[in-house]
Design a protein around this ligand. Structure first.
Ligand code: FAD
Length: 231
């Protein structure tokens, strides 16, 4: 099953909500993420109200681990949505349009549109005391290939730092990562302007916001994105 109407990369709040909303509209959706252990993964309760109609509103019960478990189950049970684990290494580009992705295993997936919802993982480095590792958050590795590919395609980025307070299970840490430079993204459509059929949502394009805002953005994009029909 390597053909989709829309491929969403990253199953955090933004990507999960976008993918589910798209599938509920009857589209064939691939949702690919580095690790299925981190689908809709948060460490703390999200500040603010879960948006009406969101997966978050449906499954939130006051505990982030239960949110991850229920969200993963709900996504897997959504008709038309195929959730799978892999790292996207590069975009498949034809005639100036994003037509799918290549994963690190060398598999190609084709789609009528691609949504990048890769959060804090582009060029990510996690720092805690003396520790330095390539990770987009505590316990989840980040890989360099997609950022390298996007740079080769001409995209520009701005650096971000996100600091996370200590919890009972780990020390305080910070994550340095790259997000798309402001001029690359059109907030009105969710499109990345440099290529056709390419969209982005969430932390990879906007500054700091709680997960409820990510959920709202993903839902918004999933409810309006119209994938091009392949010729
Ligand atoms: C370290 C950190 C901790 C945070 N903790 C919280 C919190 O506890 N509560 C809260 O309300 N807000 C928190 N925030 C703020 C923000 O709301 C969350 O980060 C939110 O999860 C961002 O949502 P997102 O969907 O944009 O990206 P993310 O949730 O980061 O999801 C991105 C997903 O994309 C996947 N991915 C990345 N690159 C690839 C690739 N090449 N191929 C395949 N998959 C890929 C990753 O594995 C990840 O699952 C945190 C932010 C950071 C940076």
């Amino acid at each position: 099953m390597n053909e989709f109407d829309v491929l969403v990369v990253g199953a955090g709040p933004s990507g999960a909500e976008a993918a589910r909303a798209l599938a509920r509209r009857g589209l064939a959706v691939g949702l690919v993420s580095n690790s299925l252990d981190s689908v809709y993964r948060l460490e703390e309760a999200p500040a603010g109200e879960a948006p009406a109609g969101s997966l978050l509103a449906e499954v939130w019960s006051g505990d982030p681990w239960t949110l991850h478990r229920r969200a993963k189950y709900a996504l897997e049970a959504t008709a038309g949505l195929h959730l799978f684990q892999s790292a996207v290494a590069e975009l498949l580009v034809e005639r100036g349009e994003a037509r799918g992705v290549h994963t690190w295993e060398g598999l190609a997936y084709h789609a009528g549109a691609v949504v990048l919802a890769v959060g804090s993982f582009l060029g990510a480095e996690l720092r805690s005391g003396e520790l330095r590792e390539a990770a987009g958050r505590w316990g989840e590795a980040a890989y360099p290939e997609l950022l390298e590919n996007l740079r080769e395609l001409g995209f520009s980025f701005s650096p971000e730092v996100f600091r996370v307070a200590a919890s009972t299970s780990r020390p305080a840490y910070e994550v340095r990562f790259q997000r798309f430079a402001a001029g690359e993204w059109d907030a009105g459509s969710g499109r990345l302007k440099r290529l056709g059929r390419l969209y982005a949502v969430g932390q990879v394009v906007t500054g700091h916001a709680p997960a409820t805002a990510r959920a709202a953005a993903g839902l918004w994009l999933g409810n309006r994105l119209e994938p091009a029909v392949d010729s």
